[in-house]
Write a protein that binds this ligand. Structure first.
Ligand SMILES: CCC1=C(C)/C(=C/C2=NC(=C\c3[nH]c(/C=C4\NC(=O)[C@H](C)[C@H]4CC)c(C)c3CCC(=O)O)/C(CCC(=O)O)=C2C)NC1=O
Length: 169
């Protein structure tokens, strides 16, 4: 599992280079946003259950077929599995925010996920919608908590969206 710093060091070490201007710039930007990243993680930790519940409600309001007979989130077991998946995306997203790197998502969340979803008939489109709804909720809450520029919050959610949506993995 890597973070912004270890990823950078690995790249430079591979070619035996000292950190150059561009490396130092990217380190600086990572450390400059450090406190905001920690704040965002704190906001997520403190509100996780509520964020998942709210995002789930919104998703099922927008795609009501999911929870009707024949829908993939129909039955209590599958409804719970769906919200549990949303909770995974939120929790791992908070790790990626602190790390400033998406590697944890590749390693722990995304590997083999499309195949699993396809074999269980879990629809990717609505899953991605759920991830995007969570992104908006988290961003709003992080801004409410006083972080002026919360754009960085979008990264892990957009990354999971992109990777899940990719056609051939
Ligand atoms: C931490 C990494 C990790 C992830 C990401 C993960 C996902 C994951 N989601 C699963 C199932 C599932 N996932 C969903 C999710 C949904 N259905 C919908 O209609 C919605 C669009 C969506 C919620 C937003 C559902 C309903 C199931 C159960 C499917 C079934 O058993 O028929 C399964 C199959 C095994 C199980 O049911 O637990 C896995 C492995 N597991 C992991 O360990």
């Amino acid at each position: 599992m890597r973070d912004a710093v270890t990823t950078l060091i690995r790249t430079y070490d591979n070619t035996g280079r000292y950190l150059d201007r561009s490396a130092l710039e990217s380190l600086k930007s990572y450390f400059d946003t450090g406190l905001d990243r920690v704040k965002a993680a704190a906001v997520i930790s403190a509100n996780a259950a509520q964020i998942v519940r709210e995002a789930g409600a919104k998703l099922f309001e927008q795609v009501p077929e999911l929870i009707r007979a024949g829908g993939n989130a129909y039955t209590t077991r599958r409804y719970a599995a769906c919200l549990r998946d949303m909770d995974y995306y939120l929790r791992y997203g908070s790790y990626a925010l602190v790390a400033g790197d998406q590697d944890v998502l590749d390693e722990r969340v995304l590997t083999g996920l499309r195949e699993t979803y396809n074999s269980l008939g879990v629809p990717i489109g609505p899953t991605v919608m759920g991830i995007q709804i969570m992104k908006e909720i988290v961003k709003a809450k992080v801004e409410e908590a006083g972080v002026a520029n919360a754009a960085f919050v979008e990264q892990p959610f957009d990354y999971m969206t992109r990777e899940l949506s990719e056609k051939n993995v």
